[in-house]
Ligand binder design. Structure first.
Ligand code: SF4
Length: 337
């Protein structure tokens, strides 16, 4: 786990909206200048509330959404400006597992055809026999049986459908798999099975994952490093152990305080956030979290915080960790809340 498989640099994904104000086109800033690296062999978890831009970021990385700006380096290759034809060989390296196992499989195609399709598109099998062997092998790898190949998606449960989606993603032997909320549509009992399957396949196929989810417990279970997103930006990125044990950003602290702890001896102080996420069309100035932050200072409403390194492999975007704002000054700032 040393070299970076993926580097995302200042990625922005903006959507123009039809309404114009003062003659200017307005933009929904779904992803607003995100930078991070993913090392070969690691699982990078992206967590945040609905609408924070985490799924858009995942889709932007495999260019299912065209980024407005920013750079994307896969295995050292700059794919930022690649068109559809240039992206074809890259798509073999990056595959996606989608959130909704009911909508992501074509109901008119048999399971065999669904898994065989990427093999045909990328020319990975020469004969029908070879293709059949490969499809059946993939089905077995994801815990399904040979006879499932001739069935159609509607004949399967949600968990089984997600297994089919995983088999389809693995067919092209990708290096990076972006799993976008892969278990959120499943029953809790099935979630653990699919997470364990993903873990097992990661080892077997030497995969690297970007795992997108809103559930902090799920992300903790599978990730090596975690990035917490709020309104299109990361607010904290760190090794799982550090971020969950010692959350630094007030938003991460609030999210973690809401996670139930199974041990009755452990008492966590609940931190309740007021208000709802502001609109990505007109995000707050300064720190985007300042409208809900219980530790908001005057400077937070004016200046966006930079990235501060709290520890090795632990970064936070918050003025509380800015050495320039000395403690005395912080105390003298009028607390907004
Ligand atoms: Fe809260 Fe200010 Fe830190 Fe933003 S920068 S999280 S408003 S203390």
């Amino acid at each position: 786990m040393t070299e970076n498989l993926l580097s995302v640099k200042d990625m922005k994904i903006y959507y123009p909206v039809s309404g114009r104000r003062l003659g200017k086109t307005e933009y929904v800033k779904a992803v607003d200048g995100v930078s991070f690296d993913v090392k070969t062999g690691e699982v990078f978890g992206i967590v945040g509330e609905s609408g924070c831009g985490k799924s858009t970021l995942g889709r932007g990385i495999c260019k299912l959404e065209e980024p407005t700006s920013g750079r994307l380096l896969l295995d050292g290759e700059d794919i930022s400006a690649y068109n559809g034809r240039q992206m074809r060989p890259v798509r073999k390296k990056v595959q996606m597992v989608f959130q909704d196992p009911y909508a992501s499989l074509n109901p008119r195609m048999s399971v065999f055809d669904i898994i065989a399709e990427p093999l045909i598109i990328h020319g990975l099998t020469k004969t029908k026999e070879e293709r059949k062997d490969k499809v059946l092998e993939l089905l077995r790898k994801v815990g399904l049986d040979d006879y499932h190949a001739n069935r159609y998606p509607h004949e399967f449960s949600g968990g089984q459908r997600q297994r089919i989606g995983i088999a389809r993603a693995l067919a092209v032997e990708p290096r990076l798999v972006i799993a976008d909320e892969p278990v959120s549509a499943l029953d809790v009992s099935i979630q653990a099975q699919v997470l364990n399957l993903l873990n097992q396949l990661k080892k077997e196929f030497s995969l690297t994952y970007i795992f997108v989810a809103h559930d902090l417990s799920v992300v903790e279970h599978i990730s090596d490093r975690v990035g917490v997103m709020y309104l299109g930006n990361f607010v904290e990125v760190g090794l799982k152990e550090k971020l969950y044990k010692n959350p630094l950003h007030p938003y991460t602290q609030a999210l973690l305080s809401a996670v139930p702890v199974p041990d009755p001896e452990v008492k966590r102080k609940r931190m309740i956030l007021e208000g709802s996420i502001p609109s990505a069309l007109n995000p707050p100035a300064g720190c985007k979290f300042h409208t809900r932050c219980p530790k908001c200072m005057e400077c937070c409403c004016i200046t966006a915080p930079e990235r501060y390194q709290a520890d090795e492999d632990h970064y936070v975007y918050c003025h509380l960790y800015d050495d320039k704002i000395n403690k005395e000054k912080q105390q003298n700032f009028n607390l907004i809340k």
